[in-house]
Design a protein around this ligand. Structure first.
Ligand code: APR
Ligand code: PHB
Length: 389
């Protein structure tokens, strides 16, 4: 087998990269070690920045998003006795869209399978090779058990945090990694309940953080700060709703409950690995970095990486110019660190550490954001997404 770009991983990063390259006349093959059903069922985040919506729309993937997605003009920040609304258009002239990552992946997979580049599911033993030369390859076992070798000009490692690509990059570079594991986790639920709020509510509470989000006018998505060692089995639906209500309710307003259709506990970490390149192997998305979900950056950062990478690889493969691929890692990492800082800042401001001094600092920061237009603008600009370089 031969292609110009071998792509490892069919998450949002890998699928969108393949689509963007195809639109520029660059062929690719996407290798995914799970099934279509599995990758389309993974419950993930749901906030799209304007540049993400624009990129998907320009790639011909905006129809269902604009029909079913919800455009949001702000968020609510809450702490005991106060719910303050940040008006994004007034603060920074941008909005965000609520549209589940599962829906983005479904749209990308459908486009790929409708005459797009090859997308191979259920592969195994994926191994990038000879990435330091001009003729790298990916060895793998196909779903039918036959060993394969995909000869490429370039390999994109979009295989997420647990993928095989990052170790190959770190083995061949004097790279560095930074990691912070937070002393709390998020218990997330999907519920068949009409959201009681028009826009997201991020609530600081003495008992812990809570987030009121949604997927549609009839499906709510909510999160509770819990201990990382908590087991989902110790959280009955009633206990979840009771805690959500305690942390989110205000005088005369409460959460709308309904049947819980999915619940899970997600760990929280910040992680960055640099560089994002080794020879002809380029990392993008969760393969190179992880942000805590508080700032809703994960998917948008993956989209920003592959937007950069698609342009850089097109310049390399069509014009034989290496300037953009040589600059890719540094350019991508500037945005990665900006989003890593913002996600850390939102997380640190909103989650109880158990320390009362921390609580006073957090409440002071929240009061500052709710009373200062400059402080609110800084949050709004980061949350809605800074321009992609
Ligand atoms: N071979 C082939 N595919 C692999 C391998 C492998 N060795 N290892 C992992 N994969 C696949 C995973 O099954 C997954 O479908 O790579 C894909 C990686 O996708 P994501 O983890 O979703 O990462 P990315 O595309 O960068 O998207 C980032 O997804 O996890 C969320 O919060 C994250 O919103 C962010 C977004
Ligand atoms: C979600 O809807 O899943 C969501 C929204 C905002 C966040 C994180 C997750 O900050």
């Amino acid at each position: 087998m031969r292609t110009q770009v071998g792509i490892i991983g069919a998450g949002p990063a890998g699928l969108l990269l393949s689509r963007l390259l195809a639109l520029r006349g660059i062929d690719s093959v996407v290798l995914e070690n799970r099934s279509r059903e599995h990758i389309e069922a993974r419950i993930r985040a749901g906030i799209l920045e304007q540049h993400t919506v624009d990129t998907l729309t320009d790639a011909g993937l905006g129809d269902r998003l604009r029909r079913q997605g919800l455009e949001h003009r702000g968020i609510h920040l809450q702490y005991p006795g106060t719910r303050h609304t940040l008006d994004f258009p007034a603060l920074c002239g941008r909005t965000v869209w609520v549209y589940g990552q599962t829906e983005v992946v479904k749209d990308l997979v459908a486009a790929q399978l409708d005459g797009g580049p090859p997308l191979l599911f259920d592969v195994s033993d994926v191994r990038p090779e000879d990435v330091d030369g001009d003729s790298p390859r990916i060895r793998f076992t196909a779903a039918d058990g036959t060993p394969q070798a995909l000869e490429c000009d370039v390999i994109a490692g979009t295989d997420g945090f647990h993928g095989v690509s990052r170790p190959v990059v770190t083995a061949g570079t004097d790279g560095r990694r930074w990691e912070r594991t937070y002393p709390y986790a998020w218990l997330g639920i999907l519920a068949d309940a009409a959201p009681a709020t028009d826009e997201l509510v991020y609530a600081w509470h003495p008992e812990g953080f809570a987030l009121y989000s949604m997927r549609s006018p009839s499906v709510s998505r909510l999160y509770l700060q819990v201990d990382p060692s908590d087991s989902i089995d110790s959280w009955s639906d009633d206990r979840i709703w009771e805690n959500l209500s305690r942390r989110l309710r205000l005088d005369g307003w409460d959460v709308s409950t309904g049947p819980v259709t999915e619940k899970s506990i997600l760990p929280m970490r910040s992680f960055v690995s640099a560089p994002m390149r080794r020879g002809r192997l380029f990392l993008a998305g969760d393969a190179a970095h992880i942000v805590p979900p508080t700032g809703a950056k994960g998917l948008n950062l993956a989209v920003a990486d592959v937007t950069l990478l698609a342009t850089a690889l097109t310049r390399l493969l069509r014009e034989k110019r290496t300037d953009l691929v040589d600059a890719y890692s540094d350019t991508a990492l500037r945005r990665v660190w900006r989003c890593t800082h913002f996600s850390w800042w939102m997380t640190s401001m909103l989650h109880r550490s158990g320390d009362d001094f921390d609580a006073q600092l957090q409440l002071s920061q929240l009061q500052r954001v709710c009373s200062s237009e400059a402080a609110a603008r800084e949050l709004a600009e980061n949350y809605t997404g800074l321009p992609v370089e």
